[in-house]
Design a protein. Structure first.
Lengths: 501, 382
């Protein structure tokens, strides 16, 4: 009926086929072994839930209410024993190299039991993504080697990410807002490195991490063009941990205040700065910084959707148990049609959340941060070559400066802006879709369960408390809606302006 | 709002507002630490002193003889600051209303006028249930002329504070139930530690286990539902007033924060999406106030005719509240999620209040069943 060129022309019209139906073209390109690998990840998560998470979730939540200063070191050590902190680090960097999309399924599983425990594991990979997406291969290998060593020795080495400031939350996630905002974390260039002053807040696992990837700015009036990323180690001179927040939920995962006072950070711990950017691309620094932010959040926001899906599922499962065991007027609740419809609605929410994060992960796998890992030949190469090969043969190659330059070019110079928009837009779509349904299902479960749902020892009220945070972190859902508009709608509307209100 | 239409309620509204400002506002987070922190006995005693624990009791029973309007203006003002005290006032008023609906005035006169302290006055009850919706009520049995109760009643509100509780019980697992007054210090009564719940932390509830405990029948045997229904008709409106107060607190804090907090170079209230969130909260809060005010007026005019409308208003207000307090956190972003601000508590408290007097879906099912009968009543009245 139509020639191939005609078909392509029609598909290129807005909404573009390549941006709207991701699983159809990309699922067949997925290496088949990823399916078995993902099944294994889900099975491991379920076993972890039975042996660890279910037993800890409620007592840990209660314990943190009784003693605000309690830190869940035992849990972190347990997760470390299970190998979760290297599971999704690529083999190139010394990890086990499980495919990145499988982590979303993992956090959905663990999150369905406890979002706090899931975040104690998952937020480490926010730090990992922050380091690796910089393209700084040398430093990525050094830090990831510490994580792997921590697993071998039984002394967990986690990575936190510090970007939010007391007066700048949303502003630091979007370069269009950065220059208008009030950032205060300053980096001053000195001989051999930088000196940093400032405060970071709401840093998940800050107190329990060995390394933190820290974002500061050399020009506080032009942060969009002066961003610097550093690795800072807990205990470094000038870097101190303040209090940790008294949160409503996700209390197993502390949120910390980090303070930097004349903290000297040597050049060797600079992950990314303007000098590095200029070596790999001629693009404006502002665009490079947005690209860097987008790499990280495009990868992590589908993960937050998976957390939301986990919350929705935990609430659904609690409601199902209650309806299956509770009688009203001599009749089991589950045998009422209104209850069956309510449960169907909750089930639908879980399914839609899962589909949303999977679509976003297809974008990342084929047009974003993971594409170098998911292409079939490379995937099998990484999967079946022994670890020693990567340590002994590839490792020395990766230490070369030109490898960092090459990776930097791949990430920041050669990448298409349409791919950036697709990954970032879908990441945001998944994020606010999944987290909204998480809270929605909790509300439905609570309404069904009434008094029984109010008790902390019944579990469901904790999911409601935990889930609310998902609508806030990794960019508020409002910011994510605006980002979706910017990435997926505005490109087709010439007169549309974003963040200029 | 109600006091704007009803000038007679103005002094009570002002008293409640000044009480909340003086005794509650600055210590919300401290009071909310219970059961892991201290209980606010001093605040409870002061609430007793000003008469908040006997608003709807007749004066000859030691109360102030107010109607549902009086109770609602107090609950709205108190819950705007801290809904936990509102929960205590509510649960105690519910017990009083059930006693009165059962015609147990003699018993009421034995308890309330002679109470020398707040704790003396309190009568605990399972305020989160409609007993007719619950299969697992304690079992009642006869022992000679006396009744004895056995079994467990979960979440008996004020059970750790009061000396007596109003407990529903029945002979089997379904069918009619009766109300009994139980001395909580009697042999065979055991009380759990305060249950750690979603919200209203300082309005303690305990699980009470009864082992053949002698109890006083309230009203007639098997007529619990006939007493609970009229009492709950008024108390549904009272619960709605609690959530209207919580919403107003959430809106006030969100507006204040949005005028101060800057993002992208200006106060966030100037960002139209934030403005839209605030407007949506404002609409819900104002609609809730109107619902409560009108429901009180109508109920006081004719409780039999307008009682069901009060329930409908309450169900609507609870839904609005749960949505509004969620947005209330969102306006404050990460700060809204922290206990340093009041929003996270309101997010929890609104859901806890929604659960008062039974689950929302079963209330709706019950409403449907009553609607046809109501239609007839309305047609007759018109």
């Amino acid at each position: 009926m139509l020639s191939r060129s005609e078909v392509l022309a029609w598909l290129a019209q807005y909404p573009k086929f390549e941006d709207t139906i991701l699983s159809l073209p990309y699922a067949p390109r997925m290496p088949r072994a990823m399916v078995k690998e993902t099944q294994e990840v889900i099975a491991v998560a379920r076993r972890f839930n039975r042996e660890v998470a279910r037993k800890l979730a409620l007592p840990l939540d209660r314990k943190t209410h009784e003693d605000h200063d309690y830190m869940p070191w035992d849990l972190v050590e347990e997760a470390n024993r299970w190998g979760f902190y290297t599971m999704w680090i690529p083999k190139l960097f010394g990890g086990k190299g499980y495919n990145m999309p499988s982590m979303s399924h993992f956090v959905e599983e663990v999150g369905s039991v406890c979002l706090g425990i899931a975040n104690v594991i998952g937020v480490h990979y926010l730090g990992v993504a922050g380091v690796i997406s910089s393209g700084n291969v040398r430093l990525s290998r050094r830090i990831m080697a510490d994580v792997a060593e921590g697993e071998r020795t039984g002394r967990p080495c986690l990575i936190a990410l510090a970007i939010t400031e007391p007066t700048a939350g949303t502003d630091v996630e979007e370069v269009e807002l950065e220059d208008k905002g009030k950032v205060t974390c300053h980096a001053r260039r000195v001989e051999g490195g930088y000196i940093v002053n400032g405060t970071k807040v709401f840093i998940s696992m800050g107190h329990m991490s060995t390394w933190t990837i820290l974002f500061a700015f050399t020009d506080l009036k032009k942060p969009s063009e002066s961003s610097v990323a550093f690795m800072v180690k807990t205990g470094m001179k000038g870097f101190s941990l303040g209090t940790h927040e008294n949160k409503m939920g996700q209390r197993a995962c502390p949120a910390s205040v980090l303070t930097f006072e004349e903290c000297f950070i040597p050049d060797e711990l600079v992950v990314f700065d303007a000098d590095m950017a200029r070596k790999i691309t001629n693009k404006p620094l502002r665009d490079v910084n947005q690209r860097y932010i987008d790499y990280v959040v495009s990868a992590t926001r589908p993960g937050v959707c998976a957390f939301g899906t986990g919350a929705a599922r935990g609430a659904y499962e609690a409601a199902l148990r209650y309806a299956s065991t509770t009688q009203v007027n001599g009749r089991l609740l589950i045998n009422n049609e209104w209850v069956q419809c309510l449960l169907a609605e909750m089930y639908k929410n879980v399914a839609l959340g899962r589909l949303a994060y999977m679509e976003a992960n297809y974008a990342n796998s084929h047009r974003g941060m993971y594409q170098m890992l998911q292409v079939k030949p490379l995937y099998y190469y990484y999967k079946y070559m022994p670890e020693s090969y990567f340590t002994n043969v590839v490792g020395s190659l990766l230490e070369k400066e030109y490898m960092s330059t090459l990776m930097g070019r791949v990430n920041f110079d050669w990448a298409r802006s349409s791919d950036q928009n697709c990954c970032s837009g879908w990441g945001s779509l998944a994020k606010f879709a999944g987290t909204d349904i998480g809270v929605r299902n909790c509300q439905m479960a609570l309404e069904l369960m009434g008094a029984s749902g109010l008790r902390q020892d019944a579990g469901v009220e904790k999911i409601l408390r935990d889930a609310k945070l998902l609508q806030i972190y990794e960019g508020t859902n409002q910011l994510n809606r605006l980002n979706l508009f910017k990435c997926l709608i505005a490109p087709a509307v010439a007169q549309a302006k974003c963040f200029e209100e | 709002m109600l006091s704007a239409f009803r000038k007679d309620l103005l002094p009570l509204a002002e008293l409640a507002q000044s009480f909340a400002a003086k005794e509650l506002v600055k210590k919300v987070e401290e009071h909310d630490r219970y059961p892991f922190g201290k209980f606010f006995d001093n605040v409870l005693d002061k609430a007793y002193d000003v008469g908040f624990l006997g608003v709807m009791l007749p004066e000859d029973m030691g109360g102030i003889g107010g109607g549902i309007g009086a109770l609602c203006v107090i609950l709205q003002a108190v819950c705007r600051a801290d809904a936990s005290l509102g929960g205590i006032i509510f649960a105690n008023a519910l017990s009083q209303q059930i006693l009165r609906a059962a015609g147990a005035d003699k018993t009421a006169r034995r308890i309330f006028p002679k109470a020398a302290s707040a704790r003396d006055l309190l009568v605990a009850c399972p305020a989160y249930i409609d007993p007719s919706q619950v299969s697992a009520l304690p079992r009642e049995a006869r022992s000679g002329k006396d009744y004895v109760l056995s079994g467990t009643m979960e979440l008996v509100v004020l059970g750790s504070l009061a000396q007596r509780a109003l407990i529903p019980a029945r002979i089997g697992t379904c069918g009619p139930y009766s109300f009994f007054l139980v001395d909580l210090k009697a042999k065979g009564v055991s009380r759990s530690e305060p249950v750690f719940t979603l919200g209203l932390h300082a309005c303690p509830a305990v699980d009470i286990t009864l082992d053949t405990v002698k109890a006083q029948l309230i009203g007639e045997a098997g007529k619990g539902r006939e007493y609970f229904t009229p009492a709950s008709r008024a108390m549904h409106i009272a619960a709605a007033a609690m959530n209207a107060g919580i919403m107003k607190g959430s809106l006030t804090e969100a507006l204040a924060y949005a005028k101060e907090r800057q993002q992208g170079g200006c106060e966030i209230i100037n960002w139209s999406e934030v403005s839209m969130l605030l407007a949506t909260m404002g609409i819900k809060s104002h609609v809730a106030e109107l619902c409560v005010a009108q429901a009180c007026q109508a109920f006081e005019a004719d409780p039999r005719r307008w009682g069901l409308h009060g329930l409908a208003a309450a169900l609507h207000v609870h839904e609005l509240a749960c949505e509004a307090v969620t947005d209330g956190i969102q306006v404050l972003g990460g700060n809204g999620y922290m206990k340093d601000y009041g929003q996270e508590k309101r997010y929890r408290d609104a859901r806890q209040v929604q659960a008062l007097l039974g689950t929302a879906p079963l209330k709706k099912i019950g409403l449907t069943r009553e609607l046809s009968g109501l239609e007839e009543a309305c047609a007759y009245a018109l």
